[in-house]
Design a protein around this ligand. Structure first.
Ligand code: PMP
Length: 375
């Protein structure tokens, strides 16, 4: 017999091999795209199998994997929509400078689409946002202007003030303002909500989401109210932020939260708080613990707000029954936080203590003295 290299032995039927071969079936959808913009949306839904069981939940929890969008987050969807609307209305054309306020993911989507379409791009974002997001934005050819955490969103040196100043200074510039742009909730109303209903054969018993601008909450919430009124709609919001309703829920001594992309100290125009049946306030330690559990126990390499989503869903879904379906969102991925909650060093520096218990789960011990949050 001719001597074959190790793996080639598996290809030749007359040589016994311990390795099984796999049949290949063509998938029902041929995923060849004419360009990167066409890859936005139509994201997969994946069932969580280990954490809900460990938590004693009877219902199914499905997670919408928004991190597979080309820019790495849910924000690609609405940035594409806002560009299309503005170009169709003749408000922008290539060569102009796009200025946008962002907690990073919108910035990445803006930079990506600006690069593809031939616009200059400047992203104004708070200092608390990860270095990783800034690196991605810059790698796409855009500029980043940081705003100190000490500034409120509406103060002159804050997010809106800085963006408006740049807009005045830079000729041929344009601000979409995702916080107040109708295209933001509309894209989720028109597409994301329908995708979820289609993926689960219209059987969605509960949907749980957080807000950064409120686009996801308002757009998907409104569509579900209209076409799936039996679905319970739950909003979550980090302690310290002002998105929850009734307002009394937001009363807290906490002024800062680590989870990026969700919550602000003002209520954006794109957020309809009343579309939710109720709101849950999430806490950083539990949100980060859940984000790390999503990696370790479900193999999902997600970002911080995904952990907040799961911590809220577990609280909200306690009484749901077998075969009932809950949907959560995984808005972005580990890529944005490699030097943050992904590392034990960062967790410890921020006062989150870690130990491994006998079931190989990660737990946060009682906080050390510098711990800035209430558990
Ligand atoms: N999670 C992350 C990580 C985000 O960047 C965002 C957007 N800021 C959201 C959740 C919330 O999305 P929305 O702006 O639609 O409220």
């Amino acid at each position: 017999v001719e001597k074959k290299c190790l793996w080639e032995q598996s290809l030749v039927s007359n040589i016994p091999s311990p390795h099984t071969r796999q049949e290949w079936e063509p998938p029902c959808i041929n995923r060849v795209f004419p360009d990167v913009l066409s890859m936005i949306g139509n994201t997969p839904l994946v069932k969580l199998n280990n954490i809900p069981k460990a938590e004693g939940l009877k219902c199914n929890i499905y997670a919408k994997c928004e991190f597979v969008n080309p820019g790495g987050s849910i924000k690609d969807r609405m940035v594409k929509r806002m560009f299309e609307d503005a170009e169709n209305q003749g408000l922008i054309k290539p060569g102009m400078t796009i200025i946008e306020l962002s907690s990073g993911n919108t910035g990445i989507a803006m930079a990506l689409i600006s690069a593809l379409k031939g616009y200059n791009c400047i992203i104004v974002m708070p200092e608390k946002i990860s270095e990783e997001k800034e690196m991605v934005i810059k790698s796409l050819g855009a500029e980043v202007v940081r705003v100190p955490v000490t500034e409120t969103a509406s103060s002159q040196g804050g997010l809106f003030g800085t963006a408006n100043r740049l807009h005045k200074e830079i000729p041929n510039s344009f601000i979409f303002d995702q916080f107040n742009h109708p295209g933001n909730p509309l894209t989720h109303y028109d597409t994301t909500a329908n995708e979820i209903l289609y993926q689960l054969n219209n059987k969605v018993d509960m949907i749980v989401f957080g807000g950064g601008t409120g686009g996801t909450v308002s757009g998907i919430g409104r569509k579900f109210r209209e076409v799936s009124p039996q679905t319970k709609i739950i909003g979550f919001d980090p302690e310290g932020s002002q998105f929850a309703y009734p307002e009394s829920l937001n009363r807290s001594d906490v002024k800062f939260w680590e989870i990026e992309g969700i919550g602000y100290e003002f209520v954006p125009g794109a957020l309809d708080q009343h579309v939710c049946d109720y709101w849950i306030k999430t806490k950083d330690p539990e949100s980060l613990r859940m984000a790390r559990r999503l990696m370790k126990e479900e193999g999902l390499l997600v970002g911080m707000s995904s952990g907040a989503a799961l911590s809220a869903a577990i609280q909200a879904a306690r009484d749901l029954k077998e075969n009932q379906n809950v949907v959560i969102f995984l808005p972005d991925s580990i890529r944005n936080y490699m030097t943050k909650f992904v590392t034990d060093r960062w967790m410890e520096a921020k006062g989150f203590q870690i130990c491994e218990n006998k079931n190989n789960l990660w737990w946060w011990n009682k906080p050390v003295s510098s711990f800035p949050f209430k558990i």
